[in-house]
Design a protein around this ligand. Structure first.
Ligand code: NAD
Length: 457
């Protein structure tokens, strides 16, 4: 079946009403849960084969997140999909008012390679729960995970309900050329713009989960040892290839030296003296990304690391000292295990640096001054963040996750994923036992009455 035919069949399936039934959706999600649990080992193996993702990280950052989303969704699907009563307007008296949630229809989900399992399944779970039919396109850069994603979906779903279309850019382009009822894209800013343009052609609503240059600020009151430990974890997990990884460090100049010392210690504790031998340290996904990252190391002062091996796409955890803003590593999102450190003297210096970039996906601030953390949160616009840690806001599915400005449009996780894939339909039901005459023509002599009513409403 070619892509237009697949979409046509999915539309038919959608209009057949099956997915409108919440019990049907819940049952199929339960079957998906069973399948995912059964195939855990194969998923771990696929992630390892794709970019040497350690088993522990696969469980922590992919498998457990998907299972938790799925369990939460199964538990709450009935209450999330029920119409919600809201207060009626006095202007409509007598009436009741409700918000109905309906699925959009046939949905496209395009996933990136960096958390290839989690970032395909997390939106998918919400899209299924909301009652859509779905085509998922995993990333071609992680072929093993793409393959197992396809197998899992084929085992659980009717092809007309949910299906996986594998392939690279030409396939993505062909998919984007079709008419969809919703597009959910996770990936880079430039491709996000291509998706937005394609969606605009049919006025298709979109969620864009993109990237950006996420700053990490450490002030002079922070617990420096703990900050170093938590930043090493958040920066180098997944080999630094995380959309919300701290991208660059802004540190108060009085604590920089001790931070660098602790940072070095923490890298050794986590990955040993030679991280290339550590089973817990992943590789760069491909040669293109390796070359892009390796270029950032030339002409920079390396404080820690800087070792590379082109044959195995290895780049050691690296700290760069005070790069200029026009250096390679400060031009755009790094998306790898390279961390530039820039010291500041006062809060104006922070603004001078951050104002060079668009609104980032995340921001981290390490401080013991509550007032400083609050000031930063209020002052800067960014997707989301953490005070005194890195990336962990992602793990709470009661918080919305998404960007703002160039880092994205829309948010998801937990109930918000269900809402993302649902159109909200407002319905007023009028009583028939009373019909206030004010609104009807002729209007002569009724204006005062109307104004009085408007004040109430
Ligand atoms: P990417 O944009 O290159 O690719 C993402 C998807 O788009 C892939 O499935 C790919 O096949 C497809 N694609 C690539 N080029 C295309 C084109 N010209 N036309 C249509 N489709 C195309 O991104 P990536 O390298 O897979 O992922 C890294 C980027 O994703 C980083 O910028 C990172 O910050 C971002 N990201 C964001 C989030 C988030 O949740 N906000 C999560 C992970 C990654």
């Amino acid at each position: 079946m070619n892509i237009p035919q697949l979409i046509q069949h999915q539309r038919k399936f959608f209009t057949s009403q099956q997915t409108k039934d919440v019990a049907f959706r819940k049952n199929i999600l339960k079957r998906l849960l069973k399948e995912l649990i059964k195939r855990e080992r194969e998923i771990i193996k696929a992630l390892y084969n794709d970019f040497k993702k350690p088993e522990y990280e696969a469980v922590m950052t992919e498998i457990s997140i998907v299972i938790s989303e799925l369990r939460m969704t199964i538990k709450n699907i009935h209450s999330w999909s029920k119409p919600k009563r809201v207060l009626p307007s006095i202007l409509n008296f007598p009436s009741s008012a409700k918000i109905y949630k309906e699925p959009y229809g046939t949905v496209l989900i395009i996933a990136p390679w960096n958390y290839p399992y989690q970032l395909a399944f997390s939106p998918l779970i919400g899209a299924i729960a909301a009652g859509n039919t779905i085509i998922v396109k995993p990333s071609e850069l992680t072929p093993n995970t793409s393959k197992i994603t396809k197998e899992i979906i084929e085992n659980v779903f009717d092809i007309n309900h949910v299906t996986v279309v594998e392939g690279g850019v030409p396939v993505a382009q062909e998919l984007l050329a079709q008419r969809w009822d919703y597009i959910f894209f996770t990936g880079s800013v430039p491709v996000g713009k291509i998706v937005a343009k394609a969606a605009a052609e049919h006025l298709t609503p979109v969620t864009l989960e993109l990237g950006g240059k996420s700053p990490c600020i450490v002030d002079d009151t922070a617990n420096i040892k703990l900050a170093a430990k938590r930043i090493v974890w958040g920066k180098f997990i997944n080999g630094g290839q995380t959309c919300i990884a701290p991208d660059y460090l802004l540190i108060h100049k009085t604590v920089k030296d001790s931070f660098v010392r602790y940072f070095k210690e923490e890298i050794s504790k986590a990955y040993g003296d030679n991280p290339s031998e550590s089973l817990d340290y992943p590789r760069i996904v491909n040669a293109r990304n390796f070359d892009r990252l390796a270029k950032m190391l030339t002409n920079e002062k390396v404080l820690i690391g800087g070792e590379t091996n082109k044959d195995s796409n290895y780049i050691s955890p690296t700290l760069l000292d005070e790069p200029s803003l026009d250096s390679e590593c400060m031009k755009g999102e790094i998306f790898g295990p390279i961390f530039p450190v820039i010291s500041y003297e006062n809060e104006n210096d922070i603004e001078k640096i951050t104002s060079n970039y668009d609104k980032p996906l995340a921001l981290y601030v390490f401080t013991n001054r509550n007032s400083f953390a609050k000031k930063i949160i209020k002052r800067y616009s960014f997707g989301g963040g953490t005070v005194n840690d890195t990336t962990v806001h992602f793990a709470n599915n009661r918080l919305p996750f998404g960007g703002v400005g160039e880092s994205g449009i829309g948010g998801y996780h937990g109930k918000q994923t269900f809402d993302t894939f649902s159109h909200k339909k407002g319905i007023v039901t009028r009583g028939t036992w009373l019909d206030i005459p004010t609104r009807y023509a002729p209007y002569k002599g009724k204006l005062k009455q109307l104004k009085a009513l408007m004040k109430l409403g």
